[in-house]
Ligand binder design. Structure first.
Ligand code: HEC
Length: 160
């Protein structure tokens, strides 16, 4: 009787021991997998790390991406922010910003109204070829006809 009991006890302990051992094995195995994921050596190599933390956007030096010139802006040369505005502020504003030599002042509807009445083609012509003290192409021969027209468009758009 006593023997049978201790035999049962022995087998019982053995089973419990094996179950516990199994659990420990499973836990250890899992931990190993987790540890592998955290510090997997190849993923910590400088190139791999750099690849992961590199900025989303990169500066490309070379041709500007097409996005920089939205089509709407490119065709509407007289608009703000377009080439017209840039030419006006870099070339034409020298005189027209302050109304030097009786030039029609930028943004002045009163001073521009009689000019605009002549028609845009006349203004183009006078800006390209000169008119009295207004120098041809604002004195900058590097400007193309289209540049000057864009500048006139912008000036007129600012004076309406
Ligand atoms: C050196 C000074 C000067 C610069 C630079 C200048 N202008 Fe003028 N602009 C004048 C003067 C002065 C007048 C007035 C001429 C007149 O009506 O007798 C004038 C008049 C004009 C007129 C009106 C012409 C008309 O028929 O009434 C336009 C358009 C014009 N300028 C466009 C431009 C553009 C575009 C630029 C830049 C590309 C420019 N100007 C740069 C001095 C300048």
């Amino acid at each position: 009787m006593n023997n049978k009991k201790s035999g049962q006890f022995f087998i019982g302990s053995l089973v419990i021991f094996m179950v516990l051992f199994g659990v420990v094995l499973v836990v250890l195995n899992n931990m190993e997998n987790v540890a592998k994921n955290v510090t997997a050596p190849e993923s910590m190599e400088p190139e791999a790390v750099e690849e992961r933390i590199k900025p989303i956007a990169q500066v490309e030096i070379g041709e500007p991406p097409a996005v920089e010139a939205p089509p709407a802006e490119a065709t509407d040369t007289g608009g703000a922010g377009g080439p017209g505005e840039q030419i006006v502020s870099s070339v034409c504003a020298t005189c027209h910003a302050a109304g030097l030599m009786q030039s029609p002042k930028l943004g002045s509807a009163d001073e521009w109204a009689p000019r605009i009445e002549k028609g845009i083609e006349t203004l183009y012509d006078h800006a390209i070829n000169g008119f009295n003290t207004m120098p041809a192409r604002g004195g900058n021969p590097d400007l193309s006809d289209d540049d000057v027209k864009a500048a006139v468009d912008y000036m007129v758009s600012q004076a309406q």
